[in-house]
Ligand binder design. Structure first.
Ligand code: FMN
Ligand code: SF4
Length: 808
């Protein structure tokens, strides 16, 4: 009964509760609805601002394995704190692998040496059935050695084909060391039929600055010291001989450096071949006796070859031959050069009473019962002699020929390794005659732009490089380093000085001249490799704090520096080829692991694509990197997913270096050819489901822009231009960026800005694909024989390239 009463009273009770609490309940409900609506409103608003999808979670990023040997030397970067994103401290993805093997005991192959010396000197050579293949190697930076080498091979060939020469002597082969895979000739012997034995002839100049020759020498030294490789991997050679070219005017004696690099090559070859010097080192003064000395030396080499061909080996007691009595001094040199390990004190050389060299150890391990390699632990016998610390030099000393040559070309050299130059587009813009493609694509007016580099040195020797052949190259930074603020002050002052010199030039517009006295943009791309400079991050920060936007172009050879770089306004990597072989031919990189470095840089670029605008710069060189490479380039784009792909026809600079590399005007593609290439590339990318399209063009400088439409084509209209003011607001933290990432706690948070946060105006109509890319407000000036009224049918080549050839 009681239960029935309660049920009947329930509605009345509920009504009473409602009447006493309805005000707070109603107020709470209204507030809740308001909060939900407001949240939805703001969310919708943010999505409208963001054109592109919120970047994927960190899981999408790949870990880039930075090998210890890629880490910069002599820099302020601390590898242990490498952070590829200083705006997202929680996503350090570049990792450093522990050094492998190098700390372990040095293992050398000690071989029991027989008593028959002759037999050892000409290993496995049967003069009745075997043939001798001479190979002539040369290196040349400004062409002299190449000329002598070509002449040498010609004379040598007619000698080998003469009826009086033993028939076992084959025609010589010739190789330019710049193009060679060192491993194929200087770690192992070239592949050949079993009855063909090799003989090396090496012709090289000497340069007391860093050049590719230094790399060659380092390579020989490394090979000798590499614990994984036999210390004399070239002992299968029949013999070798070296000839050096030098200049007695500048380097009068050997003590003062005459032919010093040839002497070094000769010494390292003695070590690598197990002392197979067939004929002594020859040296010639290019301003004096070079031709006579080379002729004499050639006779000597020929005689040595005849002796080998007739089965007499390298002979006994020939000066500098395999006889240890004559070549013993090499051991001391090498011990010093390499800082190599000292042998156990108990092992004494019979002759000298000391053992400094691993080869000697090879001959001393006579108690070994077999010829099998013997592991020798040198770790407890480290030399007590301190290794000499290399003294840093100036990269481009004021007295050097490089300084003179660069100054002549219009560069201002700041300190000893930075340069600045005003480009022809800056002059053109000052006169109202148009800006370069950077204006059409991104909104950078050329008269507001400075082109500079903090490193005139580079780790490549690209065939199309504007630098002359003698410019410094190097794989590591080992020069006296200038402070970033001094570089900044120097390059800006030099730039303004050059602008001021334009004051009296006819046609310069007053308002543009006034504007030009305030630099707004800096293209760090002039020559050399800007990220090679150890304080590049500080220099970039100085530029940004001075409201100068930064476009930085790197050569994809320095992954560690790239990973550690602060975000720039637009980050470029040069993509000069689509595959390893082609890259080696066109960039002629100094790093032996250039392809691995290149790929690591692509992965770093992919990781950083939501942090800054990333660009692939393709430079097309007909006959080198265009034909049938579209698919390869598409692979690279797919790997790095850059925001933009700039495709440009090569600029012919007409230097002797370009000539040596076989580059002529024929290698400069016509604009139609570049356009056809880009169309094909676009097709290939779209076929792979990628969202790239042709965003803009600048026919005047033979340049076309592909861009990711999912990011830079909001509302169906291309927006490739940059909002520079917004970039600096983001940089200063006045505006919050929208780059969101999920933290370890699973929550999303804003970690910085992204390229979409500083997209500028829509790409102007006149710059779109098919419209040519020339601002109608400027006056287009055609040179004689060019322009709409000129003879059609020739197509258009890069204006820049023609100017360099025709005008200068
Ligand atoms: C920057 C520079 C540095 C040089 N250093 C040396 C040197 O240290 N010793 C030497 O004997 N010759 C030196 N030379 C002279 C060159 O070895 C010589 O000019 C040679 O012929 C260059 O050969 P190539 O034209 O094949 O590059 C130097 C030349 C230049 C331009
Ligand atoms: S990377 Fe640039 S500076 Fe270096 S060699 Fe190539 S074109 Fe010249």
């Amino acid at each position: 009964m009681a239960f029935q009463d309660n049920v009947q009273r329930l509605p009345t009770e509920l009504l009473l509760i409602w009447h006493s609490h309805r005000v707070p309940v109603l107020l709470s409900a209204v507030s809740l609805v308001a909060i939900v609506r407001l949240a939805l409103y703001f969310r919708g608003k943010r999505e409208k601002i963001l054109y592109s999808p919120v970047p994927g979670s960190p899981a999408e990023k790949v870990i880039v394995d930075l090998k210890p040997e890629w880490l910069p030397e002599n820099t302020t970067l601390d590898p242990s704190t490498l952070d590829i994103d200083n705006h997202a401290e929680d996503t350090t993805l570049a990792t450093v692998t522990a050094s492998k093997g190098k700390k372990g005991p040095k293992r050398v192959k000690g071989k029991k040496k027989g008593s028959d010396k002759r037999k050892e000197i000409t290993p496995g050579f049967d003069h009745k059935s075997d043939s001798i293949q001479p190979i002539v190697f040369f290196q040349s930076l400004s062409g002299t050695t190449e000329r002598y080498a070509t002449q040498f091979v010609k004379t040598f060939t007619s000698w080998t084909s003469s009826s009086e020469t033993p028939s076992s002597l084959l025609e010589p082969q010739i190789h330019d060391l710049s193009y060679l895979e060192y491993d194929d000739f200087f770690i192992t012997l070239p592949k050949a039929e079993s009855n063909i034995k090799h003989f090396y002839v090496i012709l090289i100049p000497t340069y007391n600055i860093d050049t590719v020759l230094s790399t060659f020498l380092e390579n020989l030294q490394e090979t000798h010291n590499d614990f994984r490789i036999d210390t004399a991997p070239l002992s299968g050679l029949l013999g070798y001989s070296v000839f050096g070219f030098g200049d007695k005017e500048g380097w009068p004696s050997e003590e003062e450096g005459f032919c010093s690099q040839a002497r070094e090559v000769d010494r390292w070859m003695a070590k690598l071949t197990g002392r197979k010097r067939a004929y002594p080192l020859g040296m010639g003064d290019v301003k004096g006796d070079a031709e006579t000395r080379l002729g004499e030396w050639r006779f000597g080499v020929q005689e040595a070859l005849v002796e080998i061909a007739e089965g007499r080996g390298l002979g006994e007691g020939v000066p500098g031959s395999g006889d240890p009595a004559e070549s013993g001094d090499e051991d001391e040199d090498v011990a010093d050069d390499s800082g190599s390990e000292t042998a156990p004190a108990g092992l004494k050389s019979k002759k000298s009473g000391r053992v400094d060299d691993v080869e000697d150890l090879g001959s001393m391990v006579t108690t070994s019962p077999s010829d099998a390699p013997i592991a020798i632990d040198f770790t407890t016998y480290k030399s007590t002699k301190p290794r000499p610390t290399p003294v840093p030099k100036e990269m481009v000393p004021i007295t050097s020929p490089t300084h003179a040559s660069l100054t002549k070309q219009g560069y201002s050299i700041i300190g000893s390794h930075s340069g600045v130059k005003i480009c022809r587009w800056t002059k053109s813009a000052l006169r109202g005659r148009g800006s370069c493609y950077k204006y059409s694509f991104y909104g950078i007016a050329s008269h507001l732009c400075m082109e500079a580099t903090p490193s005139l040195s580079c780790s490549n020797k690209c065939v199309f490089c504007w630098r002359h052949g003698t410019n410094p190259v190097g794989t590591t930074w080992r020069w006296i380093t200038d402070a970033p603020d001094l570089i900044f002050d120097g390059i800006t002052a030099a730039h303004y000085k050059k602008i001021k010199m334009m004051k009296g030039v006819p046609g310069v517009r007053a308002e543009r001249f006034a504007e030009a006295m305030r630099i707004r943009h800096c293209a760090l791309s002039l020559v050399g490799e800007p990220i090679f400079y150890p304080h590049i991050n500080q220099l970039l920060e100085i530029m940004h704090s001075n409201r100068i936007s930064t476009f930085l172009v790197c050569n994809a050879q320095h992954p560690a520096q790239l990973a550690a770089l602060v975000p720039v306004t637009q980050l470029y990597v040069s993509i000069d080829a689509s595959n390893k072989d082609s890259l080696r031919k066109i960039d002629r990189p100094l790093h032996r692991d250039f392809w691995e470095r290149f790929c690591a840089c692509l992965d770093i670029l992919r990781n950083r694509r939501y942090e800054q605008r990333t660009v692939f710069r393709l430079t097309l060189v007909k006959g080198f990197n265009m034909a049938e490479e579209v698919k390869g380039y598409a692979d690279l784009v797919e790997r790095a997913l850059p925001g933009f792909v700039e495709v440009k026809g090569v600029t012919y600079c007409g230097t002797s270096a370009a000539g040596t590399a076989g580059l002529t005007m024929e290698n400069v593609p016509f604009y139609e050819e570049v356009a056809e290439f880009v169309t094909e590339l676009e097709k290939e990318l779209v076929a792979r489901g990628l969202t790239y399209g042709i965003g803009a063009e600048h026919a005047h400088s033979c340049c076309i822009l592909l861009a990711d439409s999912s990011r830079f084509k909001p509302n169906g209209l291309w927006a490739t231009r940059i909002d520079f003011d917004r970039f600096f607001e983001l940089y200063d933290g006045n505006v919050e960026g929208t780059r969101i990432e999920r933290g370890e706690d699973g929550k999303e948070k804003i970690v910085g800005w992204r390229p979409e946060d500083y997209i500028g105006d829509e790409t102007p109509e006149w710059a779109l694909w098919g419209k040519g890319g020339f601002d109608p407000r400027d006056v287009r000036v055609y040179r004689k024989g060019k322009g709409p009224n000129a003879n059609k049918g020739n197509g258009e080549k890069s204006e820049e390239s023609e100017v360099r050839v025709v005008e200068i």
